[in-house]
Design a protein. Structure first.
Length: 372
């Protein structure tokens, strides 16, 4: 068995994550203003693509730190430039897509260029571009070129194609690693460090979700509603912690692509649950739309966390009975939500059937685990 030494997560990495979660939380402004009680498909599309773009930018820097980061002076400097660009980018996010196009894409380009410089410094030290750092430089250079084209398109009046160029940038970042492999050695990936980074990002996102539901806690209008909403969020959090922190074996060598891609959807689904609650609280939403939104968001959340079952400790397995129970809780809870369109309490009870039910299945698995 290969001995895996855990790489410590530095405090500046937590600081970096906090800034990115702020940027991600700003995205909810794109989908929390319904028109006629629903969110337009165009707004949803922009929200999803922008979410992937931002999360991918976070992952580029995180991957560098995970593989090569030693926190020398130039790494601190480039991390600061990266974070400044993130803050500028976050403050450009607006429902007026045309107004945010240029500063958003320029900020993304600056963030990615800082990572290119970091990999280039490492490749220079190794005196080779044929190592994994060279692969990353090639991939990031292609993605940066797409953002340059997007910026030029904006400047020359072709703004309509920019969102599609951003889609291409996301797809290139996601799939080019499968084609540009070079001499990639998975031993450079410190899986426990990467898991901890994703856990921190997700926990901070849950924190933002709690902040987003605080308006339910009205001291002048005491009802059980805020408590029910809180338990929906906390039971989701509990399921995540058991699945990712406790049931998974972190001390392993992995390329970790499953972990990376699943967390894109985990973060986005948590934010969409927050959006659903904000829309319900505003009273300006179509209840059927809000119900479908929270059902789909919860389904994506549980599918995404369960996708990481491949990383379980030896001796732990997801049985057919476990999967059936989780499926039944989702079906029953969804049915209750849809039957109670005009009742907030029924809506919340249905959501709790899904979240508490799945938490119970995972908690039982954790208590009955037999790690070999």
């Amino acid at each position: 068995m290969v001995k895996v030494i855990k790489k410590d997560v530095e405090l500046i990495e937590l600081f970096y994550d906090l800034i990115f979660v702020y940027a991600i939380s700003q995205l909810t402004s794109l989908v929390n203003e319904p028109v006629g009680g629903i969110i337009s498909s165009n707004s949803f599309f922009v929200y999803i693509i922008t979410s992937f773009v931002i999360l991918q930018a976070w992952l580029y820097f995180t991957n560098y730190v995970n593989r090569y980061g030693e926190w020398k002076w130039h790494e601190y400097l480039l991390a600061c430039i990266n974070m400044i660009a993130v803050i500028f980018m976050a403050n450009t996010i607006s429902t007026q897509w045309e107004q945010m196009l240029l500063p958003f894409n320029v900020s993304m380009l600056i963030m990615l260029l800082t990572v290119v410089v970091l990999y280039s410094v490492h490749a220079f030290k190794e005196r080779s571009i044929k190592i994994a750092a060279g692969n990353s430089i090639t991939i990031l250079s292609i993605v940066c070129s797409i953002y340059v084209i997007a910026i030029l398109a904006i400047l020359f009046g072709f703004s309509d194609i920019v969102i599609w160029l951003d889609v291409v940038a996301v797809l290139c970042g996601a799939f080019l690693p499968f084609f540009i492999r070079g001499k990639f050695n998975k031993n450079i990936i410190n899986f426990p460090h990467l898991v901890e980074r994703f856990e921190l990002l997700t926990i901070i996102t849950f924190g933002e979700a709690i902040v987003g539901m605080t308006h339910f806690f009205d001291i002048n209008n005491l009802t059980p509603v805020p408590i029910l909403v809180f338990f929906v969020i906390i039971s989701m959090f509990g399921s995540y912690v058991i699945q990712i922190h406790h049931l998974m074996n972190h001390l392993r060598e992995e390329r970790s692509l499953r972990l990376m891609f699943s967390h894109y959807f985990i973060i986005i689904s948590i934010n969409l649950v927050t959006v659903a609650f904000e829309l319900i609280h505003s009273g300006e939403v179509n209840h059927l739309f809000a119900s479908i939104l929270i059902i789909i968001s919860l389904i994506i959340f549980y599918i995404s966390i369960m996708a990481n079952k491949e990383y379980y400790h030896d001796g732990i397995n997801l049985t057919k009975k476990d999967a059936l129970m989780m499926f039944l809780f989702i079906v029953i809870g969804s049915g209750v939500i849809l039957l109670g369109l005009n009742s907030l309490y029924v809506f919340l009870i249905g959501a709790l059937i899904i979240t508490l039910g799945n938490f119970k299945v995972l908690l039982k698995k954790y208590k009955n685990r037999k790690i070999s």
